[in-house]
Write a protein that binds this ligand. Structure first.
Ligand SMILES: *Cc1c(COP(=O)(O)O)cnc(C)c1O
Length: 358
């Protein structure tokens, strides 16, 4: 196979860190690739990865990390193992909606509240059925480039004391600062803000979630949460995991600064890009409300013909723009603003757009 492109702005799988080549080589040379997942060496890798990751993300005491295969798997795990009656889903785009649909298949009492891409999630308008135990929020809606800010999650936490809160942070965890105490459970996958190859999901959960799982007692599946948590407590996994990706994650987080530092850079670059793209009349952000702008995934919409042509010409220049997604599939494009993409590559992107506009 020949080289696919020069610059990749797809929001997942996305550009991986250049250093991954060297780390993968090390993994091979050190025998990591054929490591036994019940060995002490693996437990040590697991423990250190969790320690470093939690340090970088400022995860408070009382939270745990499980390695799963994807964010999608986490949607099912919550419904399957952690829900008695149902979950309440709050979303404004395709990923949040898919999560709701997955949950409903397993727990038909699942309920939802849809809000618009131009409006903030308004806590006072939420009517959460009392018997539904989870509130499920997609923090960064990858399909339309909007986000639910940290301060809204804080408010949600304050108002809904009786519910557990689960947050899909797949395209933001590792890219922006999030107050991890705002939810009982978080999940993400590594092919977005962690700049790694796909095939590994991160499930972060509190002691309260473990207690709830014990109370429910569901343990019928290979990925039943109890099975996952019991293995995680020993720094093991309930199946043979993607050890290469875990090792790569370990090496990548070792290099990462505190998330607050990454956050500053992500936000500054996002602001710069939003300002720059304001100069184009052919497309606008999918959301008209700047407060809803995602800092890690930018989505712009315009005439379908224009967008199709733009992506095509970009591709001829070796630049991959993200396709639209779901409802916005044809008339939008997306740009990942993930930490692994160097500033220099955004300079090249801007240069391309400068020329395209002429
Ligand atoms: C990419 C993405 C997913 C799916 O991730 P997988 O690792 O492919 O399962 C789920 N939710 C959001 C918000 C995403 O961006």
């Amino acid at each position: 196979m020949e080289k696919l492109y020069n610059l990749n702005f797809y929001p997942g799988p996305s550009r991986i860190y250049d250093k991954v080549a060297e780390y993968a080589n090390d993994a091979f040379a050190k025998g990591i690739l054929s490591m036994n997942h019940r060995s002490i060496a693996f437990e040590e890798l697991y423990r250190l990865t969790q320690e470093k990751l939690f340090n970088v993300l400022n995860v408070p005491e009382g939270y745990h990390l499980a390695f799963v295969s994807s964010a999608t798997e986490c949607w099912e795990i919550i419904a399957q193992s952690l829900t008695i009656q149902g979950s309440h889903h709050i979303y404004n785009g395709s990923f949040g909606q898919k999560w709701f649909e997955f949950a409903k298949k397993i727990k038909p009492e699942a309920s939802h509240h849809e809000f618009s891409v131009d409006n903030l999630l308004k806590i006072e308008e939420l009517q959460v059925p009392l018997e539904n135990e989870w509130i499920c929020v997609t923090q960064n809606e990858t399909s339309n480039g909007t986000q639910v800010h940290d301060e809204i999650l804080t408010e949600l936490r304050k108002v809904f004391l009786d519910q557990f809160i689960a947050v899909d942070a797949t395209s933001s965890l590792g890219g922006i600062h999030l107050n991890m105490a705002n939810a009982d459970l978080w999940f993400a996958s590594v092919q977005k803000c962690f700049g790694l190859p796909s095939g590994l999901g991160l499930l972060i959960y509190s002691d309260a979630v473990v207690e709830k799982a014990e109370h429910i007692g569901e343990n019928n599946y290979y990925n039943s949460f109890l099975n996952i948590a019991q293995n995680a407590a020993k720094h093991q996994t309930q199946y043979t995991p993607n050890i290469l990706d875990i090792y790569l994650l370990f090496r990548v987080v070792e290099d990462l600064p505190d998330i607050k530092e990454t956050d500053e850079r992500t936000v500054a670059r996002a602001n710069h890009l939003y300002n720059y793209f304001q100069g184009f009349s052919e497309f606008q952000p999918v959301t008209q409300n700047p407060y809803c702008f995602s800092e890690t995934v930018l989505a712009f919409k315009g005439q379908e013909d224009f967008i199709t042509e733009l992506k095509k010409v970009a591709r001829h220049h070796g630049i991959i723009l993200g396709n639209g997604y779901g409802e916005w599939k044809k008339d939008s494009f997306r740009i990942a603003n993930f930490p692994a993409i160097p500033d220099l590559e955004f300079d090249q992107l801007v240069k391309f757009f400068d020329q395209y506009a002429d």
